[in-house]
Design a binder for this molecule. Structure first.
Ligand code: PLP
Length: 428
């Protein structure tokens, strides 16, 4: 088995010498990647769609907050509180820049993609969805962008419709256009599928929805960490994403919403921070974005998110996307010829989330086997049970790549899969 190293081959694939991109240097920022596990095997962490590793600058940002200026935000008048608030709001400004939002008023801190979508379904949906209205989703949605709308539809007697997934893992856009009609109030679509890796043509989907008078929520959990995103150019109404999938801590994420849309939404949760004036009889709401941020927020998480955004912008999101495309191409080239390995998702535009099944080996068994070889991948239904049903499988194994991964880690996965094939073919 190949050692995890910055070998000649790795440098060849990454080789953007002279353009300031250096994967070896990036890896130095992630001490966890140097771990050796299971009898001294080099760790190949290929479970980035589940959560990514955190660079030292993010960990340091958390430490600095707790060790230097720990205080609550937006409340007290002392120095520490002022510093904490400044860092918290500076992080928000970085996110604004990162996704090209119009202003801080459009960036709401949440616990992650799941909470962001629930916020939209609760606050926007309960105000705007009436009996008989329609919501269009896709068959490839993560449960996070399905269940909140199911709850809402049930409560409001609204109807959910689904854009079918075609054989190659792309969306049936003809069927989508046929679904659009004046009763459709919202289209909810995942930008990049966490199972198939498909990059959906959201610009087109958004334009069509708007022509039909519907708003669009984009689940950006698997896209925002991996490619440049410009919400103004996309013209999406909502964009949800999670910090922990882009090098930030767990428990923090963002709901972007157009100011004009957020303005006419009711709060999600009530409590401190989100009010303007409170009497025993009633309350008025704080301005955006605080109207949607009830209670003490995840202050260190937000500061960590700001540091992660800074780190990614330092590399450059075009560069992140380009490198990951090269790596994905390499991975597909290596995995596709393995006899008995079926890869799910063959969209021409695809990301580095690669799901597969090996012969009749259960995906859990395969994931455990490759773990023994030092390779971390995920197995299961990937929180996309309807898609699994469509694919006719109960579960898949998934390798997912990020900016710090190396071709030799993909080789390590391939070697481990070949060993698993041999092992399980003997009925052990
Ligand atoms: N949407 C997609 C496409 C995802 O891949 C995930 C997580 O894997 C989510 C939503 C939910 O993200 P979180 O658990 O961070 O809320």
């Amino acid at each position: 088995m190949s050692e995890c190293c910055i070998c000649k081959k790795c440098l060849g694939v990454t080789g953007d010498e002279g353009q300031g991109f250096d994967v070896a240097k990036i890896r130095q920022d992630f001490p966890i990647l140097n771990r050796r596990i299971h009898q001294d095997k080099p760790l190949a962490y290929l479970d980035n769609a589940a959560t990514t590793q955190k660079p030292s600058v993010v960990v340091c940002a958390l430490c600095d907050y707790y060790q230097i200026c720990n205080a609550n935000v937006h409340r007290s008048l002392h120095l520490l509180a002022d510093e904490a608030t400044q860092h918290f709001e500076e992080a928000r400004r970085r996110v604004v820049k990162f996704i090209h939002a119009h202003s801080e008023r459009e960036v709401i801190y949440t616990r992650g993609t799941t909470e962001s979508i629930n916020l939209a379904a609760y606050s926007w949906g309960r105000r705007h969805i009436q009996a008989g209205d329609e919501i269009i989703l896709t068959e490839m949605e993560h449960h996070s962008n399905l269940v909140p709308w199911q709850i809402l539809a049930k409560e409001r007697n609204a109807v959910l419709r689904f854009i079918p997934v075609l054989e190659d893992g792309t969306l049936d856009l003809e069927a989508y256009r046929r679904l659009l009609n004046p009763k459709v109030k919202l289209v909810g679509v995942v930008h990049i599928s966490n199972v198939l890796g498909t990059v959906n043509p959201i610009q087109e989907i958004i334009a069509d929805a708007h022509r039909a008078g519907a708003l669009v929520l984009v689940d950006g959990a698997q896209s925002v960490p991996h490619m440049p995103i410009d919400v103004q150019a996309l013209d999406c109404d909502f964009l949800a994403f999670s910090g922990h999938k882009m090098m930030a801590p767990t428990g923090v994420g963002v709901l972007y919403g157009k100011e004009s849309v957020l303005e006419i939404m009711d709060p999600f949760m009530g409590g401190g921070e989100m009010i303007n004036k409170v009497t025993l009889e009633g309350s008025t709401w704080a301005d955006l974005p605080l109207k949607f941020e009830a209670g003490t927020p995840h202050i260190s998480g937000a500061i960590g998110l700001g540091a992660a955004v800074n780190y990614l912008m330092g590399i450059g999101m075009e560069q992140v996307e380009k490198y990951e495309q090269e790596l994905t191409h390499y991975a597909l080239q290596k995995l596709t010829p393995i006899p008995g390995l079926k890869i799910y998702g063959r969209a021409p535009e695809r990301s580095g989330a690669i799901s597969f099944i090996l012969d009749d080996v259960h995906p859990h068994d395969l994931a455990q086997f490759v773990d023994q070889a030092g390779v971390a991948i995920r197995a299961g239904h990937m929180c996309a049970q309807p898609l699994m049903r469509k694919l006719g499988v109960p579960a898949v194994s998934r390798a997912s790549l990020y900016i710090y991964n190396l071709p030799c880690e993909i080789d390590q996965l391939v070697d481990a899969i070949l060993e698993a094939k041999e092992y399980f073919s003997h009925g052990s």
